[in-house]
Design a binder for this molecule. Structure first.
Ligand SMILES: [Zn+2]
Length: 192
């Protein structure tokens, strides 16, 4: 297929040029565009949390590098604001979770480090990769909520193992941090 002219973005699956990656109907309500060549969603990272992009970059997935190198520099304010709110949400999550972990830690000799909490959060967030499939097949919002809860519970298990605390303590710390993250994301969404 001959690529049309004046195409700025590229499909992260086949590299075919695409005119736009998404259409925004209202604040927080966007539709991802499909590639005319391979019929896949051209760039699903547009709606992904930054955590998923980071995981895929670590996993050496070429589509994540396609997104970062081809599409990311050309994206306009709307996407960057969405990405920024997601980044701040995670930052708030970690900034609340880390002191909570320090407070709950039973053994003062083995002080928990920030990078340990970050690693536990990253590893246990693998479940969120399922969200990419949901964006493609248009699952209901309740299903996304359930996946979010699974990711949260896997965060709690990772912390319980890392810190040797009870499951109740771990779940409580995760819920408080997650609530703060949701609040930041909500406020950012209203501001965009
Ligand atoms: Zn394609």
């Amino acid at each position: 297929m001959v690529p049309p002219k004046e195409m700025n973005f590229r499909c992260i699956h086949c590299g075919f040029p695409v005119e736009t990656l998404f259409i925004q109907y209202s604040p927080g309500n966007i539709r991802l565009m499909k590639c005319e060549n391979c019929r896949s969603v051209a760039d699903e990272y547009i709606e992904c949390e930054i955590m998923i992009l980071l995981i895929d970059l670590v996993l050496h997935k070429s589509k994540a590098y396609h997104h970062l190198l081809n599409n990311f520099p050309k994206l306009n304010g709307v996407y960057l604001e969405l990405l920024l709110s997601s980044f701040f949400g995670i930052l708030v999550f970690l900034c609340i979770l880390y002191p909570a972990c320090k407070y709950l830690q039973k053994s003062p000799r083995k002080a928990i480090r920030f990078n340990q909490v970050l690693l536990a959060t990253l590893v246990s967030s693998y479940f969120k990769i399922v969200l990419i499939a949901m964006m493609v097949w248009q699952f209901p919002v309740t299903a996304i909520f359930i996946i979010d809860m699974f990711a949260l519970s896997s965060n709690a298990v990772a912390l319980k193992v890392l810190m040797q605390i009870t499951m109740v303590e771990s779940v409580a710390a995760c819920i408080i941090a997650h609530s703060a993250k949701l609040l930041v994301n909500y406020i950012a969404l209203l501001a965009i």
